[in-house]
Design a protein. Structure first.
Length: 250
């Protein structure tokens, strides 16, 4: 009879394990991963507020399938001050975010993690997370992976991006979502931004504001396609896996 058993994935999620299994995996050298992806951050009229969370979870699932990792639950709230003008968007204070991530990392180290990667899908979270990982308690064990900063992603972006400018709920993010969660995208609701958002808070009600974006978009999501998203999401994953593979053994 043909063997139809599916090989066990090399990685696992903490939420699916009993604590002795967590200890065993970490003792054997598994990489600990802490994903961060907002579940309550506006992404225009056409994408859900959980867009960052969905991207983080997509990457996590493929990490677990391919690498020896132990993944903690995705941190769904964070420091996202640019979007609080849009109902549903939540930003916790910077110092509270730093304290939260620091507290979680203390727990990972206490559990036996000697190698940790913080998987970050945000932009405003980069600076506070860099502050965290430079803390003497974590600097020898923890590395920050900003998922949009890898070389393969940069190359793919340079080759396929058509919008003149972007940065949020745009051609790039919308394409990725069309590839990984197409049922969560409403392209009929997608609209390009009226002005380019350069820095600071997005404004939805004041047409005279320099960062006026009634939909909460910076860029042109109408140029998004699933094919672009496949290329971009593949590049995100390949960059992440390469970084994991170059983590020194514990």
């Amino acid at each position: 009879m043909e063997n139809t058993e599916v090989p066990a994935a090399p990685g696992a999620r903490v939420a699916d394990l009993a604590w002795p299994e967590v200890e065993q995996r970490l003792t054997a050298g598994a990489l600990a991963a802490l994903p961060i992806g907002a579940a309550a951050k506006q992404h225009g009229h056409h994408l859900p507020l959980g867009t960052d969370y969905l991207q983080a979870e997509w990457l996590v699932e493929r990490m677990v399938e391919r690498r020896n990792v132990v993944v903690w639950p995705t941190v769904a709230y964070g420091y996202y001050p640019a979007f609080v003008d849009y109902p549903g968007s939540i930003s916790i204070p910077r110092e509270a975010f730093i304290a939260t991530i620091s507290g979680i990392l203390v727990g990972l180290v206490r559990a036996g993690a000697s190698r940790i990667v913080v998987l970050n899908t945000g932009l405003s979270t980069i600076a506070p997370l860099e502050q965290v990982i430079h803390d003497p308690r974590f600097c020898r064990t923890t590395r920050l992976a900003n998922v949009y900063a890898g070389p393969r992603f940069a190359q793919a972006l340079a080759e396929i991006e058509e919008q003149p400018w972007g940065g949020h709920a745009d051609e790039v993010e919308t394409s990725i979502m069309l590839a990984i969660a197409p049922h969560r995208v409403s392209m009929r609701s997608a609209r390009p931004a009226p002005v380019r958002i350069v820095h600071g808070m997005f404004k939805r009600l004041d047409p005279e504001a320099p960062n006026y974006s009634p939909a909460g978009v910076n860029g042109d999501p109408t140029r998004a396609t699933p094919a672009k998203g496949e290329r971009l999401s593949t590049a995100l994953l390949e960059d992440l896996l390469e970084m994991i593979d170059h983590e020194p053994p514990s």
